[in-house]
Structures are given as structure tokens and as C-alpha cells.
Design a protein around this ligand. Sequence first.
Ligand code: FES
Length: 155
Amino acid sequence: MTSTPEVDTVVGACVGCAAPGVARRRFLAAGGGVAVAGTLAGCSSGETGGGAATTGADGSTRVPLADVPVGGSLYLDEAEVVVAQPVEGEVVAYDATCPHQGCMVSSTGADDTLVCPCHGSAFAAADGAVVQGPATTGLTVLSARVDGTEIVISG
Ligand code: FES
């Protein structure tokens, strides 16, 4: 039996400011088959909506490939992960914890940058590198691969 995860739509809001500096990786600790909520923080077309991820028995986070727009990204709030698809079929995922002070990088800015709403740091969606400070280091890259119609993310 599954429960319906609560899905919040957040664009430009600071999801992680309630506990900055706390890098939680709940998706790795969750049990198999547990649904986690996802949030489409924004995409290159500016659309918003929801996306659902699940946690596999191995602790990986799985999200439908179709939920991540080509040239855009998806912020999974429960997993605190951003997954991007810079080129069709090529995916990359990041720990959404901002290396500056720990807020969640939860929105997509101009030129497909990932933006931290706390102090404005921006990161390239394609590789997580710093585009604009105050952060001085890039996002932590996670393992991500396409498996059929899903993206599998592990830490
Ligand atoms: Fe992200 Fe400061 S916590 S810019």
C-alpha cells in the first residue's frame, strides 16, 4: 500500500532555510519502495508542476525521465536533490545543499542555472560549477543514470 506524497510547488522559495547548514540525505536512509515527494522547481520554459520520485530498495532515488525537461532540471524536495537533463538522454544529479551555508538550491535561473534563493549563488545545471557567488565551490555531484524510462540517482 502506498500513500500519496505531499507535493509542494516551489519556485524561488528557500525550502532549506528552515535548517540551513544541515545536509540531509533522507533518500539514502529511506526504506525500499517508499514514495518521496518531488517538486518541479522550474524549467527552461518557466513551467512549474509536480514530480514524484520513489526510493528503491537499494536506497537510490528514482524519478521518471519524462519529469525532467531537456535543458531543464527538477528539484526533489524530500530527497534534497536536483536532477538536470542538459541534453536529451544525458542526466546529472546534485546534492541540492548549497555549499555556501546549506540552503537548498531549489530554483532554476536564467541560462539554465541552478539558484540558491538564500544569497543568490548560482550553479551551472550541466556540471554544478559555480556561476555566481558567494558560494566558492560547486554542487556535490551524485551518480545518475538513465534506466529505461527512469533516472536512477545514488549518492
Ligand atoms: Fe546558498 Fe548562501 S546558502 S548562497
